[in-house]
Design a protein around this ligand. Structure first.
Ligand SMILES: Cc1cc2nc3c(=O)[nH]c(=O)nc-3n(C[C@H](O)[C@H](O)[C@H](O)COP(=O)(O)OP(=O)(O)OC[C@H]3O[C@@H](n4cnc5c(N)ncnc54)[C@H](O)[C@@H]3O)c2cc1C
Length: 414
């Protein structure tokens, strides 16, 4: 357990998941003048052990080339590389229709990182890399430290936190509070930040599958009658070829799928996905995630910024949520480079305003991209089917269109 009690820091980040941990690393790297505390309600393990936080569960994350570039700048690529499966090709297809789009790393050099369009990493591997890197920085890791109350005043935020249920309470003051406490954020509610939510009434079923043949670095995005599916390359383990499955389907369908036996599930998956990746031999246990589009109406205010799932929670079909968050965090750290938060609050307001302006377009495009794809591909309406086939054809035939699609998917386009 790491617990340190502080009275005052320049930046307090609440939530040590993918968003909070990434931002803390960036502030340590780009804003060494700022004292930073990261408060996480769950205990953090000793070095080398897995990190038991919601972010670092059994999912795998597709990290765009743009995000890999950011991790590389943070000096983390050497640690991440061993756990990553490179994405050399992205194949988007619509089951039952001949057209598909194939995006190759070698044809999109400007949207690639070291010859890859991106990489896939298991979240359980990402957690220790981020938290071990954090332990090497001056960031004050406070865990377990659950923030139970926030009061905003003229000179910043006052946080009340406690270490576990019967842990002693303490207070922390900061001129800049960053909330990174995940989707359905209780702190946002407490602060009166309105969150707009659209329930998709869908569930993402996630598991790791074993395949007969090597995936060859191909990430498949397949739109089927049973919902969109992503099969993402993973590094081999014990000689087994593996891919990460994200299968999005309606709630009832998801429930039915989780009730199947292992063999029946594999058979159903093979039928729905087809044979592009070869024979699927086995699947691990299924984890389900309810899906919604959830957007905070304000992402910053005087003395306050929201990052990660509490700011925007997206449909995972396009693998954009964390990549967008990483770009937000990077922009925030760049905006705070050289800032003296303790001194001048009007300066801080200008910086946050600039940060907000800077992130608007990327957020709008990325959120729109993630929100519009699922209904487009779920529709059995012939006109919509025709349109999406025309879209695929456009992507196949028009290099500038394809380049901008790849730019968006790879996190470089904006
Ligand atoms: C099925 C699925 C697949 C996905 N795949 C991809 C992908 O391939 N690519 C991609 O870019 N994105 C993907 N995403 C999105 C990605 O998972 C999110 O962007 C990421 O989880 C953001 O995490 P977070 O840190 O904002 O929130 P969380 O992971 O929820 O972390 C919040 C943290 O705050 C802590 N906390 C909460 N309240 C308090 C409190 N009061 N005090 C202290 N600590 C507190 C929690 O314990 C937790 O550790 C996917 C999402 C899903 C659901």
């Amino acid at each position: 357990m790491v617990t340190k009690q502080l009275q005052q820091v320049d930046v307090a980040i609440v939530g040590g998941g993918m968003a909070g941990a990434s931002l803390a690393l960036m502030l340590a790297r780009y804003c060494p003048q700022l004292s930073v505390a990261l408060l996480e309600q769950r205990a953090l393990p000793d070095a080398g052990a897995s990190v038991q936080l919601p972010s670092f569960d059994t999912r795998a994350t597709a990290i765009s080339a743009g995000s890999l570039q950011i991790f590389s700048e943070l000096g983390l690529w050497a640690q991440l590389r061993d756990y990553c499966a490179p994405i050399q090709r992205i194949q988007v297809s619509d089951r039952g229709h001949a057209l598909g789009v194939s995006l190759h790393a070698e044809r999109h050099e400007r949207a690639s990182f070291q010859g890859m369009l991106g990489a896939v990493i298991e979240n359980a591997a990402l957690g220790p890399v981020l938290h071990e890197a954090l332990a090497q920085t001056p960031v004050q890791l406070m865990a377990p430290a659950q923030v139970s109350e926030v009061q905003m005043g003229a000179d910043g935020a006052r946080l009340r936190w406690h270490a576990g249920d019967d842990g002693e309470q303490a207070e922390l003051k900061t001129p800049l509070l960053v909330v990174a406490d995940g989707v359905n954020s209780p702190l946002c509610r407490q602060l009166g930040v309105e969150i707009e939510t659209i329930q998709y009434r869908q569930r993402a079923l996630v598991t790791t599958v074993g395949l007969q043949r090597d995936h060859g670095g191909v990430a498949y995005e397949r739109f089927t009658d049973a919902g969109p599916m992503a099969l993402l390359p993973l590094p081999r383990r014990d000689g087994q070829h593996r891919m990460a499955l994200v299968w999005t389907c309606a709630e009832e369908e998801a429930r039915a799928l989780t009730e199947l036996s292992d063999d029946a599930f594999v058979e159903r998956l093979q039928r729905a996905f087809g044979w592009r990746a070869g024979r699927i031999q086995r699947a691990g246990s299924l984890q389900g995630y309810p899906l919604s589009l959830s957007l905070a109406r304000e992402q910053w205010r005087r003395n306050l910024v929201l990052v990660g799932n509490c700011a925007h929670f997206l449909h995972p079909v396009a693998g954009q949520g964390f990549n967008l968050t990483l770009r937000d965090c990077y922009a925030l750290a760049q905006a705070l480079t050289g800032a003296d938060l303790a001194q001048d609050s009007s300066d801080q307001l200008d910086l946050l305003q600039e940060y907000g302006r800077d992130r608007q377009l990327d957020q709008q495009l990325t959120i729109g991209f993630s929100d519009r794809i699922p209904p487009l591909f779920a529709s059995s309406n012939l006109m919509v089917q025709g349109l999406r086939q025309a879209g695929m054809l456009g992507l196949t035939l028009a290099p500038p269109l394809r380049a901008s699609f790849v730019g968006q998917a790879a996190g470089f386009g904006l």
